[in-house]
Ligand binder design. Structure first.
Ligand code: AMP
Length: 183
């Protein structure tokens, strides 16, 4: 196996604006692994002119989480595309989703970012679903629903906490080091 190619399955977590998509993609590239983001998939689905598209758009517009049956179906499909390792960004988002154990993760990377940092980053990324109301709803949901998952993975000994406040390069380096990979 070439150096740095590690068949690992990684979940990347962090609040909105923590850089998890940027870091997830960089890591997947380095690992030669399949990357997918449930949020990205949902933003694409929301543009489709279909019942599913309309349903998903309503959740996204409200800043709410998409319902579990729809999300489990999306995950089943995406996981069926993965062969070697993969990096999942955006799933699980709730303890119920985590406890379903759909993702055979070796490690869960949690990007810890100070609140003023991620608010600043969100102001710059200019995504359609980044109105102040949507941001506030997602932040509340994150604290209520997603933070409890951290303990779940901590107890399984899978959680790796990374200081996500640095530059893209700095954070990438920290992630590789924590996974025992060289640059
Ligand atoms: P993200 O790009 O990860 O911030 O996700 C954007 C939006 O997609 C979220 O606000 C949710 O509406 C939806 N979404 C992404 N992942 C999930 C998930 N695992 N469960 C439910 N909804 C999700």
């Amino acid at each position: 196996m070439p150096e740095n190619v590690v068949a690992k399955n990684i979940i990347i977590m962090g609040p909105q604006g923590s850089g998890k998509s940027t870091q997830g993609k960089l890591l997947a590239e380095k690992m030669n692994a399949y990357y997918f983001s449930t949020g990205e998939r949902y933003r694409t689905i929301a543009k489709e002119n279909s019942d599913l598209g309309q349903k998903v758009k309503a959740f996204l517009d409200a800043g709410e989480l998409v319902d579990d049956p729809t999300t489990f179906e999306l995950m089943d499909r995406e996981l069926s595309y993965t062969q070697g390792g993969f990096v999942v960004d955006g799933f699980p988002r709730t303890l119920v989703q985590a406890e379903r154990e759909m993702v055979p993760a070796d490690n869960v990377i949690y990007l810890k970012v100070d609140k003023d940092q991620f608010i600043k980053r969100l102001e710059h990324r200019g995504r359609e679903d980044d109105t102040p109301e949507q941001i506030a709803t997602r932040l509340r949901l994150y604290e209520e629903k997603t933070v409890p998952i951290l303990n779940y993975y901590r107890e399984q000994g899978k959680l790796i906490e990374i200081n996500g406040n640095g530059t893209v390069e700095e954070v990438h380096t920290l992630i590789l080091a924590a996974l025992g990979m060289t640059r």
